[in-house]
Design a binder for this molecule. Structure first.
Ligand code: NAD
Ligand code: UGA
Length: 464
């Protein structure tokens, strides 16, 4: 195969947009077209003001500004982009199924299948198809099955190239990843396809960081890498409750554990619970796959990571209620942060949503401030739960664009996201404007508790 000069990516979301922008930046000789059905999203990627791109990631607008219009294009013309490309990345959403068999656990592959069928319909020459979305192990065989029955004789090679970027650090993760993983068939054609993708990444990534495996190992490694990461968070969070009973301090425990080089210090930050679009869905998917092979002990083992996470979110909400004298009815509770982590505007599966829902059941009045999340997203997140009427969510939750105003007259503040700016607020001013006793529930162990206590706050940290 000749070197790749035209790439198409289906799906202009949190993965497709940043990943393709980085490929375009690093490979000016490759024309990269990112397509999506969502016209609004594509318009935002094309906005003349590059700071209006739909994904907030530190440094991303610079990368887009450099390549857009040169060799990076965003379009809704899916078919033309598929027809023109030698290599097609599929980077569409693969959420948990909400209906039918596997509901609540299996990945919904409807969008993947639609992509495969569209490629089959449009392609009139040989193509390399790259699974960029996170997929259940053995999905490549389903994609292959759809593509090989198109009848027009085109040949397809399916590669698995899962993405390991984390939101909030996407640009640095893409610029210098720990590794790039490429799975392909161990056939002469498969090896040629793998090499073509290796050559794309080798434009900026040292060759020893590009791992090649068979397709199934690659697909399974992505699901299990996320499961391992989430397991660490649930493991440390499980200890927070024990710390609270025993006067051990979770930050000290995490440090003591993490300095063992075999364990390592990362992903040991206690929190209100992990969120994000992938940890929960990928573990549920892993559990579903294990069960479908009859491996109930394997399934139960990984399911516990989710059970602990749900417990942690509920426990945080219950602590607020208990500490506010067992009732939050009519009490203003201010949420600082709504995103599932700092430096992103993504709110999918954010712990804040579930904590708010729990408190709304108890008739609390919630005020929310988040530096990057827009008002409508917050209401959409709550409405999606379908636990009460939309008007009730609007009535129970006020989104306020000024953090000081958001805290005025509050009984309590809950820190749900670890945004850096919260640390530098004028906490004396906030204290003065609140009802007393003024309480802070720090769901991220972000703030300096001793300093806050010296101002007069009552502070509850996680595992402290
Ligand atoms: P997303 O929802 O932000 O983006 C997916 C996009 O695909 C949407 O804009 C949607 O309109 C588009 N789409 C769906 N079907 C389409 C079709 N047939 N034709 C054209 N466009 C279509 O999702 P995301 O966060 O970018 O995740 C995509 C995949 O990457 C998922 O499988 C996810 O598990 C995986 N992943 C996500 C992250 C992350 O940090 N978000 C990291 C690694 C892997
Ligand atoms: C995660 C993985 O880190 C990425 O490698 C992976 O590509 C991605 O999922 C995916 O497949 O979508 P992401 O969800 O963007 O990335 O963010 P993380 O940094 O992993 O954080 C996930 C959640 O865990 C956040 O809510 C975060 O606050 C929480 N967390 C993380 C903790 O509570 N404690 C920690 O020590 C680390």
């Amino acid at each position: 195969m000749t070197a790749i000069t035209k790439i198409c990516c289906i799906g202009a979301g949190y993965v497709g947009g940043p990943t393709m922008a980085m490929i375009a930046k690093k490979c000016p000789h490759i024309e990269v077209t990112v397509v999506d059905l969502n016209e609004q999203r594509i318009a935002a990627w094309n906005d003349v003001d590059v700071t209006n791109i739909p994904v907030y990631e530190p440094g991303l607008s610079d990368v887009v500004a450099e390549a857009r219009g040169r060799n990076l294009f965003f379009s809704t013309d899916v078919e033309s982009a598929i027809a023109a490309a030698q290599m097609i990345f599929i980077s569409v959403n693969t959420p948990t199924k909400t209906y039918g068999s596997g509901k609540g656990q299996a990945a919904d592959l409807k969008w993947i299948e639609l992509c495969a069928r569209q490629i089959a319909r449009v392609a009139n020459d040989n193509k390399i198809i790259v699974e960029k979305s996170t997929l259940p192990v053995r999905t490549a065989s389903a994609i292959k099955d759809i593509l090989t029955h198109t009848g027009n004789g085109s040949q397809f090679q399916i590669l698995s190239n899962p993405e390991f970027l984390a939101e909030g650090t996407a640009v640095e993760d893409l610029d210098a990843p720990d590794r790039v993983l490429i799975g392909g068939d161990n056939t002469p054609e498969g090896r040629v396809a793998v090499q073509a993708l290796v050559d794309v990444y080798a434009n900026w990534i040292p060759r020893e960081r590009i791992l090649t495996t068979n397709v199934w190992s690659s697909e399974l490694s992505k699901l299990t890498a996320n499961a391992f990461l989430a397991q660490r968070v649930s493991s440390i969070n499980s200890l927070t409750e024990l710390c609270e009973k025993t006067e051990a301090d979770i930050n000290e425990v995490a440090r003591a554990i993490g300095t063992d080089s075999r364990i390592g210090p990362k992903f040991l930050k206690a929190s209100v619970g992990f969120g994000g679009s992938c940890f929960q869905k990928d573990i549920l998917n892993l559990v579903y796959i294990a069960r479908s092979y009859g491996l109930s002990e394997v399934a139960d083992y990984w399911e516990q990571v989710i059970i602990m996470n749900d417990h942690q979110k509920r426990r945080f909400a219950n602590q607020i209620i208990k500490n506010l004298y067992n009732t939050v009815n009519g009490k203003k509770i201010t949420f600082l942060g709504w995103a599932f982590k700092k430096d992103t505007n993504d709110t999918r599966e954010s712990a804040a949503i579930y904590v708010a829902d729990h408190l709304l059941h108890e008739q609390a009045e919630i005020a929310v401030y988040d530096p990057k999340v827009i008002k409508n997203q917050i209401y959409a997140d709550l409405n999606y739960l379908q636990t009460r009427k939309e008007e009730e969510n609007r009535k129970g939750v006020e989104v306020i664009e000024d953090p000081y105003k958001a805290c005025e007259g509050a009984h309590a503040i809950a820190i749900l996201t670890e945004w850096d700016e919260f640390k530098s607020y004028d906490w004396q001013r906030i204290y003065d404007s609140m009802l007393k006793p003024a309480k802070i529930f720090d769901g991220r162990n972000l703030l300096d508790a001793d300093k806050l206590k010296s101002i007069g706050f009552q502070v509850r940290s996680i595992g402290g």
